[in-house]
Design a protein around this ligand. Sequence first.
Ligand SMILES: [Zn+2]
Length: 149
Amino acid sequence: MRVGRPVKALPQPICNYCGAKAVLVRADEDAYPYREDHGPLWICAPCEAWIGIFARSTRHLPLGRLANAELREWKARLHAALEPMVEAKVRRDGCNTFEARSKGYKWLADKLEIDEKKCHIHLLDVDQCKAAIEIIESFERERRSGEPR
Ligand SMILES: [Zn+2]
């Protein structure tokens, strides 16, 4: 007897703040938080928390945890701190952006003493974002102070 492949269940992200089930919204729907289309989002309206999905994910797989306004702000700051390092590495080592960024997160995971798989901008919480920014900034300070004048 042939058994069909089991159909993978669709993900049901849970809000990281209130524990409610997140709802998938698209750009043309009322609950959508942005004016522009950033692709479908898993959202918890009461918490004003949301997360995007992996591009081309047919199962609407969330990129990570739902983020509220505070966490979105810290994620933006972490991104702003990390990207110049990524660009510098691309220039220095001639690798591509994807590779440089993944090495950056690997380095951060080591410094934060967390699992490499859990060290991604969409998975970190506010405290981890703050710690990561601090690590990057102190690294940059040390690097600059070591430069010949
Ligand atoms: Zn919520």
